[in-house]
Design a protein around this ligand. Structure first.
Ligand SMILES: [Ca+2]
Ligand SMILES: [Ca+2]
Ligand SMILES: [Cu+2]
Length: 322
């Protein structure tokens, strides 16, 4: 396990790069043509060098931020009734999305069968008010909405990655590989990430040893020395979601450099629905990603998430641009 220490902004006047690795810039093939439509098309992208946290942000690290600032996360605030005109006002209480494993096989079309909005669920009560972080200091912080992720990053003097930076880093120097470590999910039978094995959502075989989140650093790092770039928790990026990547540049001179999707597009959603709440890109998949439902523990995989959403499988890691 790598010792993590973060000097607070202002304490020493410089950001600490302890616990981070330098990701050498370069041009890579972003996206995939082999899986879900939103990952298409494969196209070349160039990113400059940057530093990235080796690990996702842990509960211990997030607690330091809360203790120093008194920050209240989105999940801990009461939702504004005006933002949810359709909702029963009785249900507009602080809370967050918690996965509840059904006891038997069920149709996969309605995710409400396994997701529950739990009043009082938040980063320090991951399953609800009765739960705590006992034994989970070194687990990723969860139940962070986009605004929380940004606030944390700002406090430590860092930033959230763009989707291109995140994907470049996740690939670990491999060009076009399906996974962060190669093309085989479990090389020689070895589990490389905390995902879901078995028939989602009712049967979790935990062949990787973990039913929910796992401590940081228990699965092998990728080629750049980054842990959990696949699975464990989804990670926020600062890009707004588009349901499709741009086409590949016709000439090398036109390859996008450090692209960032900085404008929300209300018209487009993956399912064709109009979304009024802006959605950002999540990367990397989580402990809830299973081959029969969501094969998204891959660098190219992406998911749109409303900026105000928090859940038991969404966390973050930060970068520092050179
Ligand atoms: Ca697992
Ligand atoms: Ca992850
Ligand atoms: Cu998934």
């Amino acid at each position: 396990m790598v010792a993590l220490s973060f000097e607070r902004r202002g304490d020493v006047g410089v950001r600490s790069l302890v616990g981070m690795v330098c990701i050498p810039g370069g041009t890579f093939l972003m996206g995939s043509n082999d899986f879900y439509p939103e990952e298409r098309p494969v196209h070349r992208v160039t990113v400059d060098s940057f530093w990235m946290d080796k690990h996702v942000v842990t509960n211990t690290e997030f607690r330091r931020f809360i203790d120093a600032t008194g920050y209240t996360t989105v999940a801990q605030r009461s939702p504004e009734p005006s933002d949810y005109p359709e909702a029963d006002p009785m249900l507009l209480v602080p809370g967050s999305l918690v996965f509840k494993r059904p006891v038997r096989r069920m149709p996969l079309h309605d995710y409400r069968a396994w997701w529950a909005y739990v009043a009082g669920a938040c980063w320090k009560h991951p399953e609800g008010p009765e739960s705590d972080l006992e034994g989970r200091d070194n687990h990723p912080v969860v139940h962070v909405a986009y605004e929380d992720a940004e606030a944390y990053a700002h406090w430590v003097g860092k930033e959230l990655p763009t989707e291109a930076e995140w994907e470049f880093a996740a690939r670990g120097g491999l060009q076009g590989a399906a996974f962060a470590w190669g093309n085989e999910f479990a090389p020689k039978g070895k589990m490389m990430a905390n995902t879901w094995q078995g028939d989602f959502p009712w049967e979790n075989l935990t062949l990787d040893g973990y039913e929910g989140t796992s401590p940081i650093g228990v699965f092998p790092a990728n080629g750049y020395g980054l842990y959990d770039m696949a699975g464990n928790v989804w990670e926020w990026t600062c890009d707004y979601f588009r349901p499709r990547h741009p086409d590949d540049a016709p000439k090398p001179c036109c390859i996008p450099r450090n692209p960032k999707v900085a404008l929300a597009d209300e018209r487009q959603a993956a399912d064709g629905a109009v979304c009024h709440i802006p959605r950002k890109v999540l990367k990397g998949g989580s402990h809830l990603c299973a081959p029969n439902y969501c094969l998204r523990y891959r660098p190219a995989a992406r998911q749109a998430e409303a900026v105000e959403t928090s859940a038991c499988h969404i966390g973050l890691r930060c970068i520092v641009r050179a």
